[in-house]
Design a protein around this ligand. Sequence first.
Ligand code: COA
Length: 354
Amino acid sequence: MECADLDECVQNWESIAGEYKSLENVNKEYLAKVEEVGDLQGQCVKQVSHQKYRLNVIAKSLKKFEKDERQDIVKRLWKDVNQRRQQLADIEQTLPKPNGRYLKIILGSVNVSIMNKEDKFRYKDEYEKFKLVLSIIGFFLSLLNLLAKRRAFELTFLFLLVWYYCTLTIRESILKVNGSKIKGWWRMHHFISTVASAVLLVWPNSETWYIFRPQFMIFNVLISIVQSFQFVYQQGVLYRLKALGERHNMDITIEGFHSWMWRGLSFLLPFLYLGYIFQLYNAYTLYKLCYHQDATWQVPVLAGLFFVLFLGNTITTSMVIPQKLREVKIRRIIKTYTRKMSGNRLGVDSKKSD
Ligand code: COA
């Protein structure tokens, strides 16, 4: 409310001066705490690297005792070392990390570490939703391009692809800094896709482009649908892991999660391979177009890029299944071992209490 007269203004001013004093005190306290947090972070980083160094020394020494007769102690120590490695990785997730080279180039040294688990989850969730929204837009734009032959629509779609893949590379680098286990190939895939989209964007309006254009648009319709299925799978994984509590940690309900994951993968994989076959078909069509009298440099470059994408995707996705099977097997072994150990301990305890 506005002051009725000057005296009221003076009174109000004096009253907010008191409030400002308290704000100043809170701010001082806040700055001191920020400094304290910085000190604690530094101490944690130092101690983590010290622990890592000592763990490596122990692990190296343990390798020498593979034939020692006291295998129970060796096995227990290995299990403890691996568990401590996991604990250290969890602690590292709460500490700031320097940006990788790519982020340093585009963002400078600004800190992109997300300290809080809830914020990390939200960031990953947003990343998946961003991909879904852009897939839906891509689906309609490629359909539009199939129905209408307008250069403006084509360029809009191709420019959107360049921007989309470029943005993905940045978001994925931020996810990586924050502990994502995303494989190098998927990040490379998005770098290559940025380049491929840029080459498509500068492909001149020629006969070769008009031969390839409908196939490319159908390919994009298919990819948008596959990406929506991927979204459902990744969101399922994300929310289930969140529900499990600690991500990448062993838990009793992890078996339920695994059975869901296998079902999701067996639904998704045929569509992914269909996409890869289409990528190979794109590479083949473009290769044939290289011999067309109208072919510009974009044609062989794109043929090569589609072939590289086909190879990289097929190899990486085919490696996921054995890798996941190995993970499940290792978890089972650890679990059986833990049960045995706790059974032994219980046995000892019950003997003690006898
Ligand atoms: N793009 C971005 N991130 C990916 C990814 C992809 N294609 N594949 C996996 N990741 C992420 C996961 O979300 C997870 O992240 P997190 O550590 O932050 O939780 C991490 O990488 C490890 O995932 P992983 O356990 O190796 O695989 P998954 O079970 O999450 O997914 C697939 C396995 C095969 C379903 C997935 O890799 C995929 O969809 N690949 C196909 C992608 C493709 O081919 N796209 C082009 C379509 S033609």
